[in-house]
Design a protein around this ligand. Structure first.
Ligand SMILES: CCCCCCCCCCCCCC(=O)CSCCNC(=O)CCNC(=O)[C@H](O)C(C)(C)COP(=O)(O)OP(=O)(O)OC[C@H]1O[C@@H](n2cnc3c(N)ncnc32)[C@H](O)[C@@H]1OP(=O)(O)O
Ligand SMILES: COc1cccc(CC(=N)NC(=O)c2cccnc2OC2CCNCC2)c1
Length: 388
């Protein structure tokens, strides 16, 4: 399979697989900022670059609208991610974010936004090295402009703007196979509202399964079971940061979160991200943590329903409560908040609860690093990084 663009990029190439003479680490060295291309890449004549000010309600709505109609669909084109405006405001403005990394392409005449790509800064530890990276996400070209090689230009432009900030590595995930994944993960779904999921075709009724038996199978209690389980609050940030940093140390690739990061990424934000702690009733110590983010999907072509409410497992740490029990409480909370399904990748220790808590398998999700070689592919359980 020829990858005309990706073969030109500093990523591990398929032909390099198995070549143990190649060292781990950056593939290309940094260059002096004066040598980074100063002006934007050329776009086809009708189009122009626009830096999208995500702080502007109007621009946020434009980006949201482009994604709502043109972003990722499942393999059967039955669902399309429908990131909300407030989600994008959160996802694109973490501590130290760069406005210049929120890049749009619009039609010169009509000013219509037809493509988008975004990066946010992140400190990612790879084995023993904490590397300043850009996390790249929300790459989207309008359906009418596909297969015109616009994506490579978008990728080169965001690369150029990241280089200008003296950052030389990136992390991203994709459902497509590109040179060369650092890990191949599976995603899993736990039904919360099986009746709706069957109605919209998200899952099928098993052979010897009736609707009433399926409803009973996925039924959850109304209240959580772990003593001291409560929503995370601002004053929990130091303890959660400590808990999370210790937990993430075990993985080969993981974010290097500090208190500022935890405050941004993990404090509950209505309809965006939700997080819970277990505060020991005796010691009042924070012993466990769990979180999920809210990413609805449009349901394409269903008369009765238009939105699938999905929660996505984010970061979970269990040091006293069994992870199984902690995650069962997360399911109870998500169910109580009317989510239809709870999704998780088989990264970190998620495999230990996925089967027991009645998750069903989904498709694959591939993790990538840009300009950083890892000698071997990582197992999902060696990954401690969850992208939005
Ligand atoms: C140091 C800083 C570095 C920062 C940058 C790091 C790297 C960041 C990389 C980006 C990470 C994004 C992560 C992210 O956002 C999460 S993955 C989500 C990507 N977006 C979607 O799936 C939305 C729906 N699809 C589209 O909008 C278009 O199909 C897109 C725009 C995907 C491709 O538009 P198109 O009209 O369908 O295609 P052409 O323009 O004709 O271009 C074809 C070329 O694009 C390659 N391609 C296709 N899909 C890709 C994908 N998902 N990643 C990377 N490359 C992808 C493809 O292999 C081919 O190259 P090749 O010929 O070499 O094979
Ligand atoms: C249910 O609606 C969907 C709408 C579009 C695509 C998919 C399938 C899919 N591609 N799912 C995932 O990528 C996925 C499944 C479980 C957990 N995280 C996931 O992706 C996250 C992380 C990467 N960026 C998108 C959200 C499902």
């Amino acid at each position: 399979m020829r990858h005309k663009f990706w073969e030109t990029q500093p990523v591990k190439q398929f032909k390099d697989i198995g070549d143990i003479s190649l060292p781990e680490g950056p593939i290309e060295p940094p260059i002096p900022l004066s040598e980074v291309k100063q002006e934007p890449y050329n776009l086809p004549n009708l189009y122009e670059w626009i830096t999208c000010d995500i702080d502007s309600e109007e621009t946020r709505a434009e980006v949201c609208n482009l994604l709502t109609h043109n972003y990722i669909e499942d393999d059967k084109n039955m669902f399309r991610f429908d990131y909300s405006k407030e989600f994008l405001h959160w996802a694109l403005r973490p501590p130290g974010y760069c406005k210049s990394w929120h890049i749009g392409v619009r039609v010169k005449s009509s000013k219509k936004l037809v493509a988008f790509i975004a990066g946010v800064p992140a400190r990612i530890r790879v084995r023993d090295n904490v590397v300043a990276m850009a996390e790249i996400n929300f790459l989207c070209v309008h359906k009418k402009l596909r297969s015109k090689r616009l994506a490579p230009v978008m990728i080169k432009e965001v690369t150029r703007r990241v280089h200008l900030e003296n950052i030389w590595q990136a992390a991203y995930t994709a459902g497509v196979v590109l040179p060369t994944p650092i890990s191949s993960c599976l995603y899993w779904h736990r039904s919360l509202n099986p009746k709706k999921l069957i109605d919209v075709g998200f899952c099928r009724l098993g052979a010897r399964m009736t609707m009433s038996r399926m409803t009973k199978l996925y039924k959850l209690p109304d209240s959580t079971g772990t003593p001291g389980f409560r929503q995370m609050e601002l004053h929990d940030v130091p303890a959660v940061t400590q808990l999370l940093r210790n937990y993430l140390n075990q993985f080969e690739v993981a974010p290097d979160f500090d208190e500022n990061d935890v405050k941004h990424w993990l404090l509950p934000t209505e309809n965006v991200v939700d997080s819970y702690v277990v505060e020991s009733p005796e010691s009042h110590k924070i012993t466990d943590f769990c979180s999920f983010y809210s990413l609805p999907s449009s349901i394409l072509g269903n008369q009765k329903y238009s939105i699938l409410k999905a929660a996505y497992s984010f970061y979970n740490v269990a040091t006293k409560t069994p992870l199984l029990q902690l995650m069962n409480d997360v399911l109870i909370v998500a169910n109580r908040k009317d989510y239809d399904v709870f999704n998780a990748l088989d990264v970190m220790q998620n495999e230990t609860f996925i089967k027991e808590l009645k998750f069903g398998p989904g498709d694959g999700k591939l993790y990538y690093l840009y300009n950083y070689r890892l000698r071997d592919t990582l197992k999902p359980m060696e990954l401690g990084l969850v992208l939005l």
